[in-house]
Design a protein around this ligand. Structure first.
Ligand code: GSH
Length: 149
């Protein structure tokens, strides 16, 4: 089997399983695999709290990752992972988008309504991911940027 065919098979299996999970549980209970020091996990925690969603948090020791984390996020083996009715959603920004879409009726939307403001929010989220992690490369002048213009 070619690598492309294998990727296609794996992703169709994952999305079928995700849809079955949605059907079986009406989205299901939320479990956050997280480590308290993770800024990515905190981003998801803030979103869940802002939406007023009930969830269970399972703390991970990143020096000795659980079998649940490794099987839920086999590609990156990183937190955060949001288990939705047992089905994993991985990568913090993907999780935020999932929360906003799946729980559109709960609390305030995470992103602003105006397309331009949404674009700015995505820009800064991406900036945090690519720059803030590598603290030495932050250009401090960006913090003078006026978010309203
Ligand atoms: N791009 C990922 C980054 C997640 C990430 O880097 N998580 C760290 C904790 S802050 C992790 O799990 N590290 C474990 C490892 O690298 O083995 C996201 O946004 O969720």
């Amino acid at each position: 089997m070619s690598i492309d065919a294998a990727i296609e098979l794996a992703s169709s299996k994952l999305s079928t399983e995700a849809m079955e999970g949605d059907k079986a549980s009406g989205c299901g209970g939320l479990v956050l695999l997280n480590c308290f020091v993770s800024p990515f996990g905190n981003r998801v925690r803030i979103a869940l709290k802002r939406k007023g969603l009930a969830y269970e948090e399972k703390p991970e020791n990143l020096a000795a990752k659980s079998a649940l984390l490794l099987s839920s996020n086999p590609v990156y083996a990183k937190v955060p992972v949001l288990l939705v009715g047992g089905k994993p959603v991985c990568e913090s920004l993907v999780i935020l988008q999932f929360i906003d879409e799946a729980f559109a009726g709960d609390g305030e939307p995470l992103l602003p309504a105006a397309p331009c403001a949404r674009a700015h929010a995505r820009f800064w989220a991406s900036y945090v991911d690519t720059k803030v992690r590598r603290r030495r490369s932050i250009d401090r002048s960006v913090f003078d940027f006026d978010l309203n213009n």
